[in-house]
Structures are given as C-alpha cells and as structure tokens.
Ligand binder design. Structure first.
Ligand code: ADE
Length: 408
C-alpha cells in the first residue's frame, strides 16, 4: 500500500476522539450539500479531519497554509478520495501558495477552516463576493485569531468565525505539548545536534514557548527565556528559567527558538551578537520572526548544509545556521504535532463546523469561542478514546461548589 495511505491509517489509530466524531457524522450527515474549504498544513492528521468532514456529507477542498509543511505522500493519497480536492506540494513557491489558496476560494466554500487567516483575509478583501455564500469559519492558530480580532475591531470581518484556538483542548494541549515535542523533533531532524549542555534561548513564553522551553530543559539544555509581557516573564522565572532581554541572551545562546507570533525577534543586529555556530529556528506561525532576508543581505557566503539547515557566514567570520528558512521548523523539518494532540485540535474544528451550521441563523460577524460544554466534551471523548477514567462530583460536592454559607 502507498505510504500516504499508511500514514493516514497510523494517524487514525491515535485520533480516537476525532474518529468517534467521524462515526457520528457518517450517520447524521451534518454537512450534506455543503462545501468546506480548508487552508491547513497538509499532514496525515489534517487528512483524518478532511475525511471526517467528507463522511459528514461535505465536499472538501484543501490547500496548505505554509509552503514547506505539505506531506506529499499524504497529499497524493488524499487527492484520490471521492469529493476531496487537494492543492499543494512541499516546497511550493509563494506564487504557487497563493494560486492554491485561490483554487480553494474558487471551489466556492460554504464553511472555511483557516490556519493563520490567509483564506479569510482573501474573503474579506479581494473575494468579498464569494464571502456572501460563506456561513462562517473556524481558525486554528493564535496568529490567525489575532488577525481575526483586528478584522472584527475594524468592522471588516466577512462572516462569523470560531476561534478554535481558544479551546482549552487546543491551546493548553496542542500549543503546549504539541509545539514542545514537534519543535524539538524538527531541530533534531534538521541538525542532529546534542541538546544536553547547550544554552537554548526561547523567545516568547506563551503556550507554545512554554512547551518548547519545557522540552528543551527535558533534553538537558540550559534554557533562557525572553519576554515582553511581565506576567509571562514572571511565570518563566517561577518555572525556573533565566529571563533576560534578547540583547543579553544573544551572546550566550547556542540555539535560538522564536515562538512569539511577532515580527523582528531575531534581527541582524541581534545576530551579530551571537556566537560562532549558533542555530536559529522558528516555531511561530509566520516566517517573520527571524530576519532571514536581512541576514542574507549581510552574509558574505551562504551554503545549504543539509535539508532545512543553511549556513550564513557573517562579515565577522562567525557562522550561524538557520533552520527551514525561518519557517515553522516543526512542520518543515519534521511532521508537525503528533496525532494524539491533533485529535483534540481537530475535534474542535469538526465540532465548530457543525456548530456553525446549527447556529447559522443567530451568529453574526463576530469572533466566537465554542461553548465550554463542547470543549469539555472534546476532553471527555479523548479520555474515553485513550482509556482514562475520572471521578464525578457527588451531589454534596456540587452543592458545596455552588454555595457560600459554609466556611471554617
Ligand atoms: N499544526 C501543527 N502540527 C500539525 C499537524 N500535525 N497537522 C496539521 N496541522 C498542524
């Protein structure tokens, strides 16, 4: 059997919660007659989501949300499915990236699932006519939700959007444990460098940064955290990390990982402070955190050392290494988050699509979070699928939690 199909089957085995949603959708067909357009990383986990939506009665078109994240074997296998259209390949150019996005828009989706907000941005600007037939959409990532909230504030959001990233089962699981493991995976596959004993600088201590810092420490690195938010900085201190401004951290780091979701984190002046052999990787959604363009401009020489590892010779004679062109290292050099964690995130996506259909008459052009009960239901489905059991509150405990009279 072909590798893409085998990989999808492997993912299905670890995505029990999503598979139980698939079984229900196959009976209830909540998306009968609807088209769903997706811009997500084309991975084996995304394929499990696509087949879940398709089994729910939808026709589905998928393009990638990053030029380097497509798993070609999966894309090929998925494209042979009935009612599924796939556009993308690993290493696509920026021009191709936008052409594939356009294919999904031309498909005429009634629901969109976005990761980073490029699809919705097109529908809010140059494709406003097509937005009229969209019931609503769902956004996967912190960066995308940030863009959506900015659109909402300016009154240009074209339809209701569900911030799936707001789910506890998303940002407290996928962002933390998923990014933690897959970022290490990407760095190791790209470099095979020893982590133990190295000084690693993690820029950003949001859910993703926390996961990366935690796993780097687990591998024996001395971890420094840089932050702009005083509360997060304090959390990093309490978690036992050294917190420094980037200018002070720059000369100390052997390995730098950006996870801020912001621009200009590792700039050329900062890179000039780094030591010989420093390795730079990004796990934030867009390739704007490390100034690779600026670095290319000042470098005396560049060399591809191996896939996803490029060497830059600086005028000082020092060499620094950038992984995956400054794009998401976990999806470019590795396979993204493991299936177990994507099961939670994509359960959120699948149920959010159903929620949009069921509530289309009442939802307006706003950014919504899914109700807490649905988030809880996702966690319960995953616990059930993985065979873990929990306790239930007694009637007395429930009453106590809702009362105020009794103290010491
Ligand atoms: N984002 C991070 N990891 C992912 C994966 N494995 N599939 C789809 N999107 C992802």
């Amino acid at each position: 059997m072909d590798q893409g199909q085998l990989n999808m089957e492997l993912a299905e085995r670890s995505m029990g919660a999503l598979m139980s949603v698939r079984a229900r959708f196959a009976k209830e067909k909540p998306f009968k007659g609807l088209k769903i357009g997706l811009a997500l990383h084309i991975t084996k986990e995304t394929a499990v989501l696509v087949r879940t939506l398709r089994d729910g009665g939808a026709k589905v078109a998928l393009c990638s949300c990053n030029p380097l994240s497509t798993q070609d074997d999966v894309a090929v296998a998925l494209a042979s499915d009935k009612d599924v259209f796939v556009y993308g390949h690993k290493g696509e150019s920026t021009k191709e990236y936008y052409e594939y996005l356009q294919k999904v828009l031309d498909f005429g989706p009634n629901i969109v699932i976005d990761d980073g907000c490029d699809l919705v941005t097109a529908l809010a600007t140059r494709e406003r006519k097509k937005a009229a037939q969209v019931i609503g959409g769902c956004e996967e990532t912190t960066t995308g939700v940030q863009r959506l909230r900015a659109m909402e504030k300016e009154g240009v959001l074209p339809f209701p959007m569900i911030a799936v990233n707001d789910n506890q089962t998303k940002h407290l699981m996928d962002n933390l444990y998923g990014t933690g493991q897959s970022t290490l995976d990407g760095i190791l596959r790209a470099t095979n460098v020893m982590i133990a004993g190295k000084t690693a600088v993690v820029a950003g201590y949001g859910s993703c940064g926390k996961g990366v810092a935690l796993r780097l420490r687990g591998h024996g690195a001395n971890v420094i955290v840089t932050e702009v938010d005083p509360f997060r900085a304090l959390q990093a201190v309490m978690d036992g990390f050294r917190v420094l401004p980037m200018k002070e951290a720059a000369p100390l780091g052997d390995l730098f990982v950006t996870v801020t979701g912001n621009v200009d984190v590792l700039t050329v002046p900062v890179m000039r402070l780094m030591k010989e052999g420093a390795i730079l990787a990004n796990s934030g959604h867009f390739d704007c955190e490390i100034d690779v363009k600026g670095l290319r401009g000042v470098a005396k020489k560049t060399r591809a050392i191996r896939p996803f590892m490029e060497e830059f010779l600086l005028p000082s004679g020092r060499r620094i290494y950038v992984l995956a062109e400054g794009r998401l290292v976990n999806l470019a050099a590795a396979e993204g988050h493991p299936s177990e964690v994507m099961s939670l995130s994509f359960c959120g996506q699948a149920l959010a699509c159903e929620y949009l259909v069921k509530n289309q008459k009442t939802l307006t052009k706003k950014v919504y979070s899914l109700p807490d009960e649905m988030d809880r239901q996702i966690a319960e489905l995953q616990l059930e699928a993985t065979g873990f059991e929990i306790d239930t509150l007694t009637a007395k405990q429930k009453k106590y939690l809702g009362s105020w009279e009794s103290g010491t």
